[in-house]
Design a protein around this ligand. Structure first.
Ligand code: NI
Ligand code: MN
Length: 228
């Protein structure tokens, strides 16, 4: 399975002709590796509805027909924009949606949530089974110990995608503890470097995590791909 960082919290997961797109904040993202017109997902998965995650979801879904998965209130808003014929799944916390390619589970994240149009909701992380791997995108979150509970519930996490930029999420120091809690084989940092308040050094995060855990940290540039 190929994991491509598109900048900020946006990732493409590709395997066997199926493409998942997470948190497609592309147009208006100064670090975006692709424009919203250049992605062709089968499914769009959202951690929450803040503008830097919701991004171009509606435009991309309209153009490609991609199925959308988002937490209940956000899914309701998006469903209203896409129309009744468009497939939008609306799980709530702890819920799993199953597809022919795998499944996605909504997990807790400590954060706030309001969409640009004002829909208040609870933000989530995404535990994803795809391409024979388990990927845990933590979403926007502070450090909390139940990250460990989520990660240890099922098959071991192959790849954890962890925000490290601070200010709007945990910083790289707390994120190193989160990496320890999750215990993934590999860790990809995100949600840093997009705007001045979330500048941080991912190489220090990498050395901190690799010195204190068995996880390997893969620091990508926007547009960079990791084969998991
Ligand atoms: Ni957020
Ligand atoms: Mn964010």
């Amino acid at each position: 399975m190929d994991i491509t960082w598109l900048g900020h919290s946006a990732f493409l997961l590709e395997d066997s002709g199926t493409t998942l797109l997470i948190d497609p904040f592309l147009n208006g993202n100064p670090k975006a590796a692709l424009s919203a017109d250049d992605v062709n997902p089968d499914v769009i998965l959202l951690t929450h509805g803040h503008e830097d995650h919701y991004g171009d979801t509606v435009d991309i879904a309209k153009r490609t027909g991609a199925t959308v998965v988002a937490i209940t209130e956000v899914a309701g808003e998006i469903g209203g924009k896409l129309g009744e014929d468009h497939q939008v799944f609306d799980p709530n916390m702890g819920g799993t949606v199953t597809f022919d390619w795998g499944w996605v589970k909504m997990t807790p994240a400590w954060h706030t949530g309001t969409t640009p149009d004002g829909t208040v909701h609870t933000p989530a992380g995404l535990l994803i089974s795809f391409g024979g791997k388990v990927v845990y995108h933590l979403g926007d979150t502070a450090l909390f110990s139940d990250l460990k509970l989520v990660a240890e519930r099922g098959d071991p996490v192959d790849v954890a995608i962890i925000p490290i930029g601070g200010h709007y999420t945990m910083d790289r120091i707390d994120a190193a503890v989160a990496a320890e809690f999750v215990g993934a084989r590999q860790v990809i940092p995100c949600h840093y470097g997009t705007f001045p308040p979330i500048e941080t050094d991912p190489e220090i995060f990498k050395s901190d995590v690799e010195n204190s855990t068995a996880s390997e940290v893969i620091v990508l540039e926007p547009g960079g791909t990791h084969s998991a």
